[in-house]
Design a protein around this ligand. Structure first.
Ligand code: UD1
Length: 429
């Protein structure tokens, strides 16, 4: 298993190109099941989750090809992936595949819409809480599907096709909104999704579906209206930049100190996180091409954070912000409202000398003047990158074990950080 070694204490200076968003690329790839024509996705990040989803879609009969690199493209430019689901050969998504990546459960919606049936294993994925799918199934039932759960599988059927309906989500769910959208576009008649997730990745999916011929209004708001169509066609769509990757490097620059420009990110997608950074005493400057993050010697002020659905502070940046707060000049309170078990990084951050106490859904972080490098273990995707951030700011050497978690979500992590002066390398094995 690969490990990552970091020697901390160096400021970060330079620019980092931000990759396409994993959380947008995955539902976009799944949307290819909705049409017999080719969906071309540009700026797809090279990540193990993307590779896994290519395999899962291949299992359903999707023909996946990756276009070669064009002249002038740097290695950081994402892939151009062509997906063609002319022949769906299998409507079963087996446990062995779905258990490795939670998002693949969403294939249930396009399979139902186009093939009128699907048998999909209940998901696995990052170990952050119970993560139910009841609301996803509720949405499909509202659209007329019959749902049965048998031996760990969801068996969904709609022999006469799905029918438009009103779907009111009792809480904001990204997965639920993706599922409802992909099911509704081919349903007969009109669907209204209320309390829809407003995450930029949801809007990215909706915009791609519109390019494929879907009729959707209210994109970016919490009420989406969909007028079902007979069929969708092919399209070309560019995956939006990864706001979580950008936020992660922004916090890294703030913690280690220095001056880093994050290229290609849209500040509006990251506003809640940038506001907290500014409150912590970091300079955040919007440029023509992205955002510049600068902190030179000024102390890090403690800032309280509560995770919320978009446009609130994202749960996917909670662990990284906690790392930053371990060096603050005082005590910060970090409350996690989306997932009940998303504090596994706390015990690993403690190995650097961080002082963090847990009280229910709140972490109380007492900042310390300095952290010391240590051997640590990656536990889930976002937790593991919080260890990278802490290691960059810690004195001495850190060895991060189980880095396959990082490879699920961060494209070119070592090269992006080392081009800013970080001492980071991967030990293969
Ligand atoms: C969530 C995050 C998303 C993040 C992703 C990976 C939110 C709103 N969603 O998306 O930003 O990128 O994790 O870390 O911040 N729920 C149910 N029943 C369901 C579905 C969800 O009770 O059927 C609950 C979940 O337990 C959670 C909340 O609703 O408390 C939001 O979950 P949801 O947005 O669906 O999760 P993901 O799509 O995984």
């Amino acid at each position: 298993m690969d490990r990552i070694r970091i020697v901390g204490g160096t400021q970060l200076h330079g620019s980092i190109p931000i990759s396409g968003a994993k959380n947008a690329a995955l539902p976009l790839m799944i949307a290819s099941l909705l049409t017999p024509e080719t969906l071309v996705l540009e700026n797809v990040p090279r990540l193990s989750d993307v590779r896994m989803l290519k395999r899962i879609l291949g299992n359903h009969g999707v023909d996946v090809t990756v276009a070669g690199k064009r002249a002038g493209e740097s290695t950081e430019d994402g892939e151009v992936v062509r997906l063609n689901a002319a022949d769906i050969v299998d409507t079963v998504a087996p446990y062995e595949l779905v258990s490795q990546m939670r998002a693949s459960f969403w294939v249930v919606a396009p399979l139902l819409g186009r093939m009128r049936q699907a048998k999909v294993s209940l998901p696995g994925g990052c170990a952050i809480g119970t993560r139910p799918v009841d609301l996803l199934l509720m949405a499909l039932e509202r659209l007329g599907a019959s749902i049965e759960i048998d031996a760990g599988y969801v068996i969904a059927k709609a022999p006469d096709g799905l029918k438009g309906a009103e779907i009111d989500f009792p809480k904001v769910t990204v997965g639920g909104t993706h599922t409802a959208l992909m099911a509704a576009v081919l349903a007969k008649g009109k669907t209204v999704i209320r309390n829809a997730a407003r995450e930029p990745e949801v809007s990215d999916l909706a915009e791609c579906l519109v390019k494929m011929g879907a009729k959707i209004t209210g994109i970016g708001t919490s009420t989406l209206e969909i007028e079902g169509v007979e069929g969708l066609h092919g399209a070309t769509h560019r995956v939006l930049p990864d706001r979580i990757e950008a936020g992660t490097y922004a916090f890294a620059a703030a913690m280690a100190g220095g001056d880093v420009t994050l290229e290609g990110i849209q500040p509006i997608h990251l506003q809640a996180a940038l506001d907290k950074l500014v409150q912590s005493g970091t300079e955040v400057i919007a440029t023509n091409t992205g955002i510049r993050i600068r902190r030179n010697g000024t102390p890090i002020k403690p800032v309280d954070v509560t995770t919320e659905a978009f446009p609130g502070f994202p749960t996917d940046l909670q662990a990284q912000f906690m790392a930053l707060m371990t060096r603050a000049d005082g005590t910060a309170h970090i409350t996690e409202t989306i997932f009940e078990n998303r504090f596994m990084h706390v015990q690993e951050l403690a190995r650097f000398g961080a002082k963090i106490r847990l009280d229910g859904d709140m972490a109380i972080v007492e900042g310390t003047g300095s952290l010391k490098g240590a051997p640590v273990m990656a536990t889930d995707l976002r937790a593991s990158v919080s260890l990278v951030i802490a290691a960059l700011a810690a004195e001495g050497e850190t060895m991060i074990n189980r880095v396959y978690h990082l490879d699920r979500g961060f494209e070119g992590l070592e090269s992006k950080l080392s081009r800013c002066g970080a001492k980071i390398d991967r030990i293969r094995g």
